[in-house]
Design a protein around this ligand. Sequence first.
Ligand code: GUN
Length: 282
Amino acid sequence: MKIISGKELAAKLKKNMAKDVSTYMARFGRLPKLSVILVGEDPGSVSYVTGKAKACQEVGILNNTIRFTDTITEAELLKKIEELNSDNTVDGILVQLPLPKHINESRIIEAIEKNKDVDGFHPLNVAALWNKNDCILPCTPKGIIKLLKSENIEIKGKNTVVIGRSNIVGLPVGKLLLDENATVTITHSRTQNLPQVASEADILVVAIGKPKFVTPDFVKQGAVVIDVGVNRDIETGKLCGDVDFEACAEKTSFITKVPGGVGPMTICCLIENTLECFLKHL
Ligand code: GUN
């Protein structure tokens, strides 16, 4: 069994990006800039946004985090996005989700200029992904494929099971695995005989948002298990994944841990997407 460290791979990739970015000022006369919008005080969201700002700093790109209280109206938020859309010094725009209930999330995502949508959440980006056209890849699925490839884990022809069907992770990671010629089963909390279905997977990706949801009966001997969960352990208050790591690890050939697994890769891919947007729109 080997623990795949997203933290280590992300650090290596960020170092390489920093090296590239150090040449940008001389080559292009300006630096890439990521604008992050955070509404409200949710501790999870605050911590994500802090991590994104820190990664920008590490790579040497510009970042501004724009904070609003959760009393902001949808119209005010749309106005800010419009401002960022037309600001030529801004290459990437990210609105941290979830948003307060009085704001229509889809309307906000649709308002972001498609070519600055570093999350890859805009419907035109999503459509491009599913149509096999050029697109900005969503960060978490992109990070998962990079993690698998970094360990030379063969994806082609493998039986892969995804638990979870969200727009952010489950559906797009299924699509990226398909594009790598895996056979993909996307499952969810209502799937019948889920442990049995999951235990047929060579590669199991879990993004269901329930602590310790995956127990050893979900895991085939020698499987690769990727844990995308970000939960708080009810007893300890600590960050934990969707997989009961202690119980499952020894059955796997490769497994990721929370924290230090997929999370750092998501942020790393966000920076990579920002550089891609910058280079495309010079
Ligand atoms: N909330 C949880 N994950 C994400 C993400 O990847 N992007 C944004 N914008 N919000 C999130």
